[in-house]
Ligand binder design. Structure first.
Ligand code: ZN
Ligand code: ZN
Length: 440
C-alpha cells in the first residue's frame, strides 16, 4: 500500500483494533516547498502563518518557504530559535509561545527537535500544525508523542501529530551528511525492533499488528539497495529513506506505541544518551547510535539461533537486577527500578515455555538472517562505524549499554531474554571485544 492509503482514515484491523491516522497529507517529492501554500489552504482558513525553525533550518528551507508563502498572499511571522543546538525544554517552548498568537497557523520547519516542540504545543494549544521537513534524520515526523527535557531529564509527553508532512527532496538531499547517516541508522534499527516485537508476541502474547509490521517493512526492503546511492544523495535514494522513516512513524501512530520501531537497539541508544548527559559528554546523534546498537543486537539474534534452548537455565532474580540498576544508573536509578517492578510479573517466562517456542523463535530469526548478517555491510556502506564520534564512544559505556540498557524501558526484547538466560553479560563483553578488534 502507498502512504496515501492510510491517511485521514480510521479502520478496523485484523489485529482486533481500530486504527486511526489523523494525518491528512504527506508529500515526499522534489520542489515540494512550492506546494506548501496550496496544501495549507486545504487545511486552514487562517491567513497568517507562524513558521517555526532555527538558524539552520531557516537557512535550509525556512526563508524560502516564508517567501513562497508571502507570494501566495499569506502573512508570515518567522519564529527563529536562537543557538546552534535548540534544546526541547520549557525555555524553548516559552520562546515560541511568546510569539505565536491565536490568529495564525503553525508551520514547523525542521526535523527532530523543532518538530518535537511544535507537536507538543499543537497538542496543548489544540492548534493543528504542518511540518516541513529539512532532513531525513529520524522517524518522528508522524509521531504523536514528544520527548522533552524538563529539569535535565528527558521525558515523553503526549502530543499531536501534524496535519501534513511535507518533505522536499531537494531540501532533504542537501541535509548534513551526519543527519542522513542518522536517518539510515534509525531505519536500519527496524530489523531488530520488529524482531523484538515478534519475540515478545511469541513468548508473552504481547499485542501485535501484522499491518503495522508490513508498513515498516515495505521501505526497509528498498533501503538496503540504496545504501551506496545515498552517498551521492540521489533524489531516489533520499526518497526511499524519507518514506521509510515516515512510514515507521505511521506504524507507531497506528498502534499508538513505538513498539514497531524501537527495540533493544534503541534502548542501547537511550542508555548512551543518558550516560552522555550524566557525564556531560557529547555523543553521536540518535540514528547513529541506533545503527551501532543494531550492529550488536543483530549479532545477539544470530547467536541465539545457534543455542540449544533445552540447555538454557532461566534465572529470574529480581534483587540482582535491582542491584545492577542501582549501580549502573546511579542517581537516575529510581524510574528504572519502577520499570522493573512494573514489568516483573509480566515477563516471567518458564523454561518449558521457552522450549515450546524454540522452533518458532528460530524460524523467526532464520527468516531475517540474511538482513541480520548484512547489517555490518549496510553500516559500512554509509560509514556509520567509521564516524569519529562513534569511534570515540567509551568501550565501557558500550558494554554497559548492551548489558543494562534494556532496563531503561518497560519492553521485552532479546536483551531481556538473554539476561533471564544468564547469557547477556558474556555475550556482550565478547561482542564488544571483537568489535574493538575488527572496527576500532
Ligand atoms: Zn529512532
Ligand atoms: Zn492492526
Amino acid at each position: 500500500m502507498e502512504i496515501e492509503d492510510y491517511l485521514n482514515s480510521s479502520f478496523s484491523c485484523s489485529c482486533g483494533r481500530e486504527h486511526k491516522v489523523p494525518i491528512r497529507e504527506i508529500v515526499v517529492e522534489g520542489d515540494a516547498l512550492l506546494k506548501v501554500p496550496e496544501i495549507i489552504k486545504e487545511l486552514t482558513d487562517k491567513s497568517r502563518l507562524y513558521i517555526i525553525g532555527d538558524k539552520n533550518t531557516f537557512g535550509a528551507a525556512g526563508s524560502r518557504l516564508a517567501a513562497i508563502c508571502r507570494k501566495n498572499d499569506y502573512k508570515v511571522n518567522k519564529v527563529i530559535l536562537e543557538g546552534e543546538h535548540v534544546v526541547p525544554d520549557p525555555d524553548t517552548l516559552f520562546k515560541i509561545l511568546e510569539k505565536v498568537e491565536a490568529d495564525g497557523y503553525m508551520v514547523a520547519c525542521g526535523s527532530g527537535t523543532i518538530n518535537d516542540i511544535t507537536r507538543y504545543l499543537s497538542y496543548k494549544l489544540n492548534k493543528p500544525y504542518t511540518i516541513v521537513g529539512t532532513a531525513p534524520s529520524m522517524d518522528g515526523y508522524a509521531s504523536s508523542v514528544a520527548p522533552l527535557t524538563v529539569d535535565g531529564v528527558k521525558k515523553t509527553y503526549n502530543a499531536a501529530p501534524p496535519e501534513a508532512i511535507i518533505a522536499d527532496l531537494d531540501v532533504l538531499k542537501d541535509a548534513p551528511w551526519r543527519m542522513i547517516q542518522s536517518g539510515f541508522g534509525d531505519l536500519l534499527g527496524k530489523y531488530t525492533s520488529l524482531l523484538d516485537w515478534k519475540l515478545s508476541k511469541i513468548l508473552l502474547n504481547e499485542y501485535y499488528c501484522a499491518q503495522a509490521e508490513r508498513i515498516v517493512r515495505e521501505e526497509l526492503t528498498n533501503i538496503m539497495e540504496i545504501g551506496s546511492e545515498l552517498k551521492d544523495r540521489s533524489r531516489e535514494s533520499i526518497k526511499v529513506l524519507t518514506k521509510g522513516l515516515i512510514k515507521s512513524g505511521l506504524a507507531m501512530l497506528m498502534v499508538e506505541s513505538s513498539r514497531p520501531a524501537s527495540g533493544s537497539e534503541h534502548h542501547f541508544s537511550h542508555f548512551l544518551e543518558l550516560y552522555g548527559s550524566l557525564f556531560d559528554q557529547g555523543i553521536p546523534s540518535h540514528g547513529n547510535k541506533v545503527g551501532l546498537g543494531t550492529y550488536f543486537t543483530s549479532s545477539l539474534y544470530l547467536k541465539l539461533s545457534e543455542v540449544d534452548f533445552s540447555r538454557i537455565e532461566l534465572n529470574h532474580d529480581r534483587s540482582s537486577r535491582k542491584e545492577d540498576i542501582k549501580e549502573i544508573y546511579g542517581e537516575r536509578a529510581e524510574p528504572v527500578i519502577d520499570n522493573l517492578n512494573e514489568r516483573w510479573k509480566n515477563e516471567l517466562i518458564s523454561e518449558d515455555r521457552l522450549e515450546q517456542k524454540e522452533d518458532k523463535i528460530k524460524k523467526l530469526i532464520r527468516e531475517s538472517s540474511k538482513s541480520l548478517e548484512n547489517v555490518r555491510r549496510y553500516l559500512d556502506q554509509i560509514g556509520i562505524l567509521e564516524r569519529e564520534d562513534v569511534r570515540a564512544l567509551d568501550t565501557d559505556w558500550i558494554k554497559k549499554g548492551l548489558k543494562f540498557g534494556f532496563e531503561i524501558r518497560n519492553r521485552y526484547t532479546i536483551s531481556t531474554l538473554l539476561r533471564q538466560a544468564g547469557l547477556l553479560e558474556n555475550w556482550s563483553d565478547e561482542m564488544v571485544d571483537s568489535y574493538c578488534q575488527k572496527v576500532l
